[in-house]
Design a protein around this ligand. Sequence first.
Ligand code: NOJ
Ligand code: CA
Length: 517
Amino acid sequence: MKKKWWQKEVVYQIYPRSFQDSNGDGIGDLQGIISRLDYLKDLGITSLWLCPIFKSPMDDNGYDISDYLDIADEFGTMDDLKQLIAESQKRQIKIILDLVINHTSDEHPWFQEALKDPKSPYHDYYIFKEGKEVPNNWRSVFGGSVWEKVKGRDEYYLHSFSKKQPDLNWENPQLRKELYQMINTWLDMGIAGFRVDAITYIKKDLYFQSLESDGVDGLAKCTKAVRNQAGIEKFLDELKEETFKKHDCMTVAEAAGIRYDQLNEFIGDDGFFSMIFDFKYADLDIASGSEWFKRIPWSVADLRKRIFDSQLNVQKYGWAANFIENHDQPRATTKYLLQYERNSDAVKMLGAMYFFLKGTPFIYQGQELGMINFKRDSIDDFNDISSIDQYYRSMEEGYSKEEALEFVNLRSRDNARTPFPWDKNNGFSTHSPWLKQNNNDNEINVQNQINDNQSILSFYKEMINFRQNSQYSDCLIYGSIEPIEVENNEVIAYRRQYNDMMIDCYFSFSNQAMEIK
Ligand code: NOJ
Ligand code: CA
């Protein structure tokens, strides 16, 4: 594979609402991010991915966009963003934005026009079906039917996610053209690329037939008919040709549901994207990505198998995007380390284990401090729409209130969304934050860790520097990877190799000393 600039990056993901508040309203914002760029530079990261910052009613915290080319008031203005891009550039940090083009907000002017006038050209920008009855039994990712009735008309519109996120109709060429223009506007403005949201949802099964039910609600998971459907390649290819390919940008697609035999099309030499997030190991504790109550037991050996399946399959065709956390996942310490979660050596081990896999590493804010899940005692303390849905769905499926709360505590997206702990008084905001601060003890904050050379934060800094700026960099970045077989099933080990350099990496999940065989 030819070398690409984005292979050398270390990407840091920011959840803007929760990173740093600058104006005392309890909500993180762009000026807040600007004020922390030196921290990020010092950490050593080279790119920032910002979760959506665009105008939005915030039903799904910005993944419901009402204006693609403007900034949400609570985050700031277009000038703030331009300042962020410029200030980042001074520090050799690139900016990657979140591209949400499977759906818009229901408050987007296109959808408002479509509602007002069914004859308007915007009506066909979305997926409407006429009729008195709900068109079929598909269940949305956030629960309930994918269909929402239009007030005052015998008509329904489709939403794969919340009812405030109507899906766009990618079959409409005019809509596609408008999206491409928007994307090119952003790329022309100097951003380095996109994380591409829910992109495998853009093609639907156009028969719209009911499926065999898979829950007590009588509905069937919509992913069977709205995700990764035949024909999606045509849209993805056009998207790439009309936008990304014209710029030397980096794209990382959230591509849940694709099979490894599709990787060549997705990330091969002339693939649709630079890389994709593979969720197969992130979801190893649940039977299915969107149903948290279908929990399955797992072992380090399972994790090892899934990681190498992913690495070896991706390596055949392209480049990996390696991660252990993001804004939709629980904290990795709690998920992967089980009983050892508060042991800082284990947290460092886990960090290095994924960081030196082959691919571009992504670090989610707070991961570098070893943040842990935030256990809540009541469903009222959750903000995330999918947590609320999963809580009630688990009870509908026969689980007790306590069990339902436990599933949500383990998996809630709010675990990762708590405000960033800058110091022991939190330093995030002078106001009470939009989402309760994690009740971390005094240990897990920047102030406590920044000057301690044994801290998790210092370890992350060293680890990043080791990948980026050492005599081992070429091997750690471009070297091949192969699993090393060891007898102990609590060890994950692999070999990186480049020209005449070879680095063997061993990671033990056990708290016992051991000899490697
Ligand atoms: C995936 C995003 O990461 C998630 O936060 C969001 O809720 C859905 N896509 C819908 O946009
Ligand atoms: Ca603010």
